[in-house]
Design a protein around this ligand. Structure first.
Ligand code: CA
Length: 222
């Protein structure tokens, strides 16, 4: 899961980033509303955590503009205690949920999972290809009856490719989505992870779920 966090209070932003990373999410953080809007419109996120009072464009304006552009990314707004008007306005311009500061990070994580689940619809919580089944909610992976144990990163890589079978993903795009912005693209990290995944989900090598597209990147077999 890739999440954008727009929050200008450094302590809160750092604390959210740390917690979401521990949860296995890829996290981009910005403290500026104009930058947040640019990132939200040029990158693909599974959810956005959006503070309302931001330098530059404010949170509600960002949200309104996203929805005007028919961008349906799940948005969870951060509001200060007692600011009922903001909360109502946020929901009316298309927020999926809100959380009031101060909050417990466990609650934030649970709400992110909930808005993503709602947005994708329950039927989409399972990805399936032949005898490979991935449950996006419980994060369980099975091949036939056998459970496959994946790390958070391996899981994110697999589901990223698996959501769009047949689509070719360049290595740089995979790194950006699965590892986040600040990663040196000069490594063979993606190749190493693909090899590991292949061994785990297809030990005999007969199914060929993860195809190499020479000189470009990888795709999940259509
Ligand atoms: Ca703020």
């Amino acid at each position: 899961m890739r999440v954008l966090v727009a929050e200008d209070e450094r302590k809160i932003a750092a604390f959210i980033r740390k917690a979401l990373k521990e949860e296995g999410f890829t996290v981009d953080v910005t403290g500026n509303g104009d930058e947040a809007f640019l990132m939200a419109t040029t990158q693909s996120y599974d959810a956005i955590v959006l503070d309302i009072m931001l330098p530059g464009r404010d949170g509600l304006s960002i949200l309104r503009h996203l929805r005007e552009r028919h961008n349906t990314v799940p948005v969870l707004i951060l509001t200060a205690r007692g600011e009922l008007d903001e909360r109502l306005e946020g929901l009316s311009v298309g927020a999926d949920d809100y959380i009031t500061k101060p909050f417990f990070v466990e609650e934030l994580i649970a709400r992110i999972h909930a808005v993503v689940r709602r947005a994708s619809g329950d039927k989409l919580s399972l990805l399936q290809a032949g005898d490979l089944v991935v449950d996006l909610v419980t994060r369980e992976v099975k091949v036939g009856d056998a459970a496959v144990d994946l790390t958070a990163r391996e899981f994110n890589l697999l589901t990223y490719l698996m959501r769009s079978p047949g689509r070719v993903y360049p290595r740089t795009q995979i790194i950006e989505h699965v590892w986040g912005f600040d990663f040196d693209p000069g490594t063979n990290l993606v190749d190493v992870y693909i090899q590991r995944l292949r061994k785990k989900i297809d030990p005999e090598g007969g199914r060929g779920f993860l195809e190499t597209v020479r000189g470009v990147g990888y795709r999940f077999k259509a």
